[in-house]
Design a protein around this ligand. Structure first.
Ligand code: ADP
Ligand code: MG
Length: 322
């Protein structure tokens, strides 16, 4: 499998912490140079997968090749070619931005002029030139995260792994982080998120639930595959309303708590009929293009609830980006 087109190829990987299964047979391939997103609720196995790929925990079952190296055996070689940005901060608050990057470079065996040139390059991409002498501890969360990403990119890794790297960042800070990532077009990026908005940054997205891949594809294609529009009706008496819609209008709705969902072609034509016959039972009615939340719901039968109340998520997700 030399000159493999894939940066990462994972086959039937399972992983358990004692009795608790975190990955339940996961397979996927990542094309070189692409941006691959892994979206799933808390506990779906994202961090476990990234710990495996970054060689922090050993493979238990299944196989994985990274840059055509065997994850089970070539861990040292793989590690040199990976950059990692994980949730726990990996910068020293008492050192300046530049010192942090210099220190990070030393860990990868870089030094001298080559290291200083690389640091200058990354400071430009990260828009941190003016802050390079500031203590990292004095920076905002967003700037600090950019220092971490820059640090992960110092040794020009071929693959960058980011586990929930934008958690806690506000939308503007998240956009700056992505601008830095996208400035490194040669790097294959794998990132996890529980934010629908951020998932849309991916060229290719995998939806995870309970250690399995429940859907994959380009974010737009995943949403488009659900059809044109979805009608959602909020009602205090959702079950009764669903039954009325069935008998009087011949429309089938699925019920999730106080929410009815109708996914039929041309469902916008139902709006006046529903309001005319059942207006009193309708608290709220929305017609929208399918979102990634809808894809998750369709594939798992569960609503995707971002369990961690992330202040950066900005509440409602923007609809149909990209
Ligand atoms: P995610 O990153 O998607 O939130 P994780 O990979 O952290 O998911 O967790 C997947 C499952 O494995 C969860 O059920 C979690 O409780 C469990 N788990 C994660 N880390 C450990 C651990 N160190 N020991 C035991 N169970 C763990
Ligand atoms: Mg996690």
């Amino acid at each position: 499998m030399s000159n493999a087109p894939f940066a990462v190829a994972v086959r039937e990987v399972t992983f358990a912490y004692g009795e608790r299964q975190a990955l339940a047979g996961i397979s996927f391939s990542v094309a070189r140079g692409s941006v691959h997103g892994f979206l799933g609720p808390n506990g779906s196995g994202k961090s476990t997968l990234f710990k495996l790929l970054s060689t922090l925990v050993p493979l238990q079952q299944g196989s994985a090749r990274i840059l055509d190296l065997d994850l089970a055996h070539d861990t040292a070689a793989i590690r040199r070619r990976l950059g990692v940005v994980f949730q726990s901060p990996a910068v020293d608050k008492k050192l300046s931005v530049r010192e942090n990057l210099r220190y990070g470079g030393h860990l990868y065996g870089m030094s001298g002029k080559a290291l200083e040139v690389r640091i200058d390059e990354l400071l430009v991409h990260a828009d941190l030139q003016d802050r390079q002498r500031d203590m990292v501890g004095e920076l905002s969360g967003g700037l600090r995260r950019r220092v971490e990403v820059a640090k992960g990119l110092l040794h020009k890794p071929e693959i960058l792994l980011l586990d929930e790297a934008s958690t806690g960042l506000d939308p503007a800070a998240r956009r700056s982080m992505w601008a830095l990532l996208k400035s490194q077009s040669a790097v294959t990026v794998l990132f996890t998120t529980h934010l629908m908005d951020e998932a849309a940054e991916a060229d290719h997205l995998l939806l995870l639930d309970q250690g399995r891949v429940v859907a994959e594809g380009a974010p737009r294609a995943l949403m488009r595959d659900l059809g044109e529009q979805i009608l959602e009706i909020q009602s205090n008496n959702a079950t009764q309303l669903a039954s009325d819609l069935q008998t009087k209008l011949g429309v089938t709705a699925s019920v999730f708590d106080d929410l009815l969902r109708i996914e039929v072609p041309n469902c916008h034509e139902l709006v006046p009929k529903v309001m005319h016959s059942f207006g009193a039972q309708v608290q709220r009615l929305t017609l929208q293009h399918p979102t990634l939340e809808d894809v998750f719901l369709r594939k798992t039968g569960k609503r995707f609830v971002a369990i961690a109340k992330d202040k950066g998520s900005g509440g409602k997700s923007r609809r149909s980006r990209r």
